[in-house]
Design a protein around this ligand. Structure first.
Ligand SMILES: NC(=O)c1ccc[n+]([C@@H]2O[C@H](COP(=O)([O-])OP(=O)(O)OC[C@H]3O[C@@H](n4cnc5c(N)ncnc54)[C@H](OP(=O)(O)O)[C@@H]3O)[C@@H](O)[C@H]2O)c1
Length: 258
């Protein structure tokens, strides 16, 4: 096992990506300190405590980003920290909270902190993440799929670049385990049109009722291609979009979220 003997912290562990990171880490033999906002809330913790290896090697810590020194106890003595805790809200009224800005500012501060404290840091920058949910509740990026099924398009985009949550989680773990890992890693799948997404879902689930009131007519259409060679060199292979979409829908149905 790769992680035998190593102790790592995952912040925001009940979240969509973090839950998969915790699962992978436990399977690879790591001891995991998982921070959650409310350890007594079973909706946040039950799926984590049920993971293979959790009984022996998972410990929950209460921590809130808005409280000074809240994470110190969880992080103290760890070999590495996976920092995923963050509010993920796109609809805001205060532009200083605007999500893309908050991500840029947070990353800049993190790079400065790592430099000042001579810490080794790697950043994973994903596209919209889909794939099966471990947590019982709907997170923002998977909600986009629910919206699309219901005939809404939250960003009025013609193109979306999705990536599978299992690939994103693996990229995080590989970034720790690869001594040469450094800098920033974009992990984002092919850019596809919203009609392509709907057609693929229809092909996979002919009985799924997909509302399509507007088509693509009024949507904004910037199609960009990102180089993902760097993350592939970490040993991450991309799950095909069709599989990700299929597994997302199955997971949503299993959890009665669709
Ligand atoms: N999903 C995507 O498509 C995507 C793409 C690119 C980047 N990201 C980034 O990846 C990270 C994880 O995203 P996700 O999709 O997994 O979102 P998520 O499911 O909403 O998870 C976010 C986690 O952060 C925690 N959190 C929020 N506010 C907190 C606070 N004040 N103190 C402590 N913890 C707090 C949440 O805890 P509670 O459950 O207790 O609120 C939750 O566990 C975020 O930094 C996000 O910006 C996500």
């Amino acid at each position: 096992m790769n992680g035998g003997g190593q102790v790592v912290c995952v912040t925001g562990a009940s979240g969509y990506i973090a839950s998969w990171i915790v699962k992978l880490l436990l399977l690879r033999g790591y001891t995991v300190r998982a921070t959650v906002q409310n350890p007594t809330d079973t909706a946040e913790t039950e799926h984590l405590l049920a993971l293979e290896g959790a009984k022996e090697r998972l410990k929950l810590f209460k921590a809130d980003l808005l409280e000074d020194c809240s994470f110190e106890q969880a992080i103290e003595g760890c070999d590495a920290v996976f920092h995923t805790a963050s509010p993920v809200k796109f609809i805001v009224t205060d532009p200083q909270l605007w999500y893309p800005l908050s991500k840029t500012l947070a990353e800049n501060v993190a790079w400065q902190f790592a430099k000042d404290n001579r810490m080794d840091m790697v950043v994973i920058n994903p596209g919209f993440i889909i794939g099966p949910l471990l947590q019982p509740t709907l997170n923002f990026s998977v909600e986009i799929i629910v919206d699309i099924v219901k005939g809404k398009n939250p960003f009025n985009c013609r193109y979306y670049s999705f990536v599978d949550v299992r690939d994103v989680a693996l990229a995080h773990v590989k970034a720790l385990e690869s001594p040469s890992a450094n800098g920033r890693y974009i992990i984002s799948g092919q850019s596809v049109t919203i009609n392509h997404i709907k057609e693929t879902m229809h092909e996979l689930f002919p009985n799924l009722c997909i509302d399509d009131p507007n088509g693509e007519g009024e949507m904004e259409g910037i199609n960009c291609k990102m180089c993902v060679d760097k993350v592939k060199n970490l040993g991450v292979e991309f799950t095909p979009l069709k599989s990700s979409l299929g597994d997302t829908i199955i997971s949503l149905k299993e959890k009665y979220l669709l």
